[in-house]
Design a protein around this ligand. Structure first.
Ligand code: SF4
Ligand code: SF4
Length: 306
């Protein structure tokens, strides 16, 4: 077996235990910083940069002004809409250290593989009993591909199941290096139209679609579709995605999951001084998502909602 570099550091912005929706059994999700996409509906906008970010919770602030004097970038001022001018902020975290309440919270901290595995071991018994394990998410885990690979190897060394949630927006070399260590890839297909994809996510879909093709040759794959009103909620949009799913390696394809749009991340945009572009967009009705599920199934592909 390959040696594992337990001292390797990565940038982790969250660890969530007891997940049952992101792969088989009971799982822990390790969220990594960095993403090449900028999806308008992203529910983890704090994950997008490949560095720590500070979030400002206005409701907690007691206006003591302790943060103002420590910022060497001059990024903090009561004049700023969200206290922090993010065009100047470099994510050093000094302000969060002096804040006497939890109004300034850093997202993203360096952790070694050893430290993450120590966290995961708390649920080792649950993984073994339920067939669960580790899911690496983000952001895009393949942006920190060396760290992702070492963490997957470390999980396998413990006998745990491994999964990643990926945009598949990565080079062929990276996919070939990391995916052999993954038991299940949960890969997003957002829209088959390259121009529409670019308009709503900031990148075209060519590399993503070829990345997903490649992943399906290497390991088990579940195609996930975040269904977003006005972006990909028409029958024709979903039919094209189902037809694409049929071109994947059918031995590895576990089906298509339709994930109805939600606006749970909206408040985070405010905490990052950003506008939420989908403000006011309504949730998708249950009946409408069932119709889309039928469209996938009529194409001969298994489909699940959620
Ligand atoms: S994280 Fe650093 S640069 Fe950003 S606002 Fe706080 S002190 Fe200033
Ligand atoms: S240090 Fe914290 S509580 Fe004080 S003004 Fe800054 S954000 Fe508000």
């Amino acid at each position: 077996m390959d040696r594992i570099n337990y001292a390797l550091e990565g940038l982790v912005f969250d660890i969530q235990r007891f997940s049952v929706n992101d792969g088989p059994g009971i799982r822990t999700i390790v969220f990594l910083n960095g993403c090449p996409l900028r999806c308008e509906w992203c529910s983890n906008p704090e994950s997008q940069l490949l560095r720590p970010v500070v979030m400002f919770n206005e409701l907690e602030c007691i206006h003591c002004k302790a943060c103002l004097s420590v910022c060497k970038q001059g990024a903090i001022s009561p004049e700023n809409k969200a206290l922090i001018d993010y065009s100047k902020c470099v994510g050093c975290g000094e302000c969060s250290l002096v804040c006497p309440v939890d109004a300034l919270v850093m997202k993203g901290r360096k952790m070694t593989i050893e430290q993450v595995v120590k966290e995961l071991k708390k649920d080792g018994t649950n993984y073994r009993r339920s067939g669960g394990g580790l899911t690496i998410s983000g952001g895009e885990p393949l942006m920190q591909h060396e760290f992702t690979k070492e963490l997957l190897k470390a999980a396998h060394a413990q006998g745990w199941n491994t999964a990643i949630e990926t945009t598949a927006c990565a080079s062929e070399e990276v996919i070939r290096d990391v995916l052999p260590h993954v038991d299940l890839a949960l890969a997003d297909v957002k829209n088959m139209d390259a121009q529409v994809h670019k308009q709503y996510t900031g990148v075209s879909n060519e590399q993503i679609l070829s990345g997903i093709q490649l992943i399906s040759q290497i390991t088990n794959i579940c195609v996930r579709v975040p269904v977003i009103p006005g972006f990909n909620d028409k029958k024709e949009d979903i039919k094209r995605i189902a037809q694409f799913a049929k071109t994947l390696n059918q031995e590895h394809l576990k089906g298509v999951n339709l994930l109805p749009y939600h606006s749970l991340g909206e408040n985070k945009y405010k905490m990052l001084g950003r506008d939420y572009l989908l403000h006011g967009v309504k949730m998708i009705e249950k009946e409408d998502i069932s119709v889309l599920k039928d469209v996938v199934e009529q194409s001969g592909v298994n489909c699940r909602i959620g």
